[in-house]
Design a binder for this molecule. Structure first.
Ligand SMILES: [Zn+2]
Ligand SMILES: [Zn+2]
Length: 214
C-alpha cells in the first residue's frame, strides 16, 4: 500500500484494523501487507504494525523495489510540502492543517511508467528534472479545483492539468501516446463530467471503478 500523505481522504489507519486476523483471516504463509509512506504515516501506525501489518518509510527521490515495481516518491506541492519558501499554505491568514511531506509517485514496470500525481499543485523543478528523459505511459493528475479559476496552492484544476501536460511534453516525459487522466475531484469544483471533459480535451475523466489498460 502506497500512501501519499495522511489526510483523511487518503489514510485512516483505523480502517487497517480490518486486515487483522480476527477480520481478514490472514494465514501464516501470507506475507504482511506493507504500508509505504512518509514519516507521519509511520507515526499514525505506531502500535498497529507487527503481526499483520508492516511499515516502510519512503524518502523523496529514493527509488525502492516493491514486488517487482520500481517506485520513486517525488515531492508533492501540498499542504506545505514542495518548496516551502514559496508555497506557504494559509487558510484565511492562518496556517491550515498539518505540515507534512507529501508524495506523488513515479512507478515503473516492464518498460511502462505511471505518474500518480494527486494532492499536488504543479510539479516542482526537481520533480521535472527527475522525469526528464523518462517516458510516461500514463499520467493521473489532481483536478480538485475542476473548472474553478482559483489561486489555491496544493491542488490543481483543469487549467493546471493542461499546463502540466504541456510541460511534461516539453520535458520529453510525455508524448501523443501518453494517457492523461484527470482525477481527485471535489464537489466544490466538479462541474459534471461533460463540462470537465470539454475543458480537458484528450483527458480521461476518472470515475469510481475506472480501469485503464496502458
Ligand atoms: Zn491532501
Ligand atoms: Zn486528497
Amino acid at each position: 500500500m502506497l500512501i501519499t500523505h495522511t489526510h483523511t481522504d487518503h489514510f485512516v489507519p483505523e480502517e487497517l484494523a480490518l486486515r487483522s486476523r480476527v477480520f481478514a483471516h490472514i494465514y501464516d504463509d501470507k506475507p504482511l501487507m506493507t504500508v509505504y509512506g512518509n514519516e507521519c504515516a509511520g507515526e499514525l501506525l505506531k502500535g498497529k504494525t507487527g503481526e499483520w501489518l508492516a511499515y516502510s518509510r519512503l524518502h523523496a527521490f529514493e527509488t525502492v523495489d516493491i514486488e517487482g515495481y520500481s517506485v520513486t516518491p517525488l515531492e508533492a506541492v501540498h499542504n506545505g510540502s514542495g518548496d516551502l519558501s514559496t508555497h506557504q499554505v494559509l487558510h484565511e491568514g492562518k496556517p491550515f492543517g498539518r505540515f507534512e511531506e507529501a508524495f506523488v509517485y513515479y512507478i515503473e514496470k516492464d518498460g511502462k511508467a505511471l505518474l500518480y500525481a494527486h494532492d499536488t499543485d504543479r510539479l516542482t523543478p526537481p520533480d521535472m528534472e527527475f522525469l526528464k528523459g523518462r517516458r510516461l505511459s500514463l499520467v493521473s493528475l489532481d483536478c480538485t479545483n475542476g473548472i474553478l479559476d482559483v489561486n489555491y496552492i496544493g491542488h490543481m484544476g483543469a487549467k493546471d492539468n493542461l499546463v502540466m501536460r504541456e510541460r511534461l511534453i516539453q520535458n520529453g516525459s510525455a508524448d501523443e501516446n501518453t494517457v492523461f487522466v484527470a482525477n481527485h475531484f471535489s464537489h466544490n469544483g466538479f462541474p459534471g463530467e461533460e463540462e470537465l471533459q470539454a475543458a480537458l480535451p484528450g483527458f480521461i475523466i476518472a470515475k469510481d471503478g475506472l480501469e485503464i489498460e496502458f
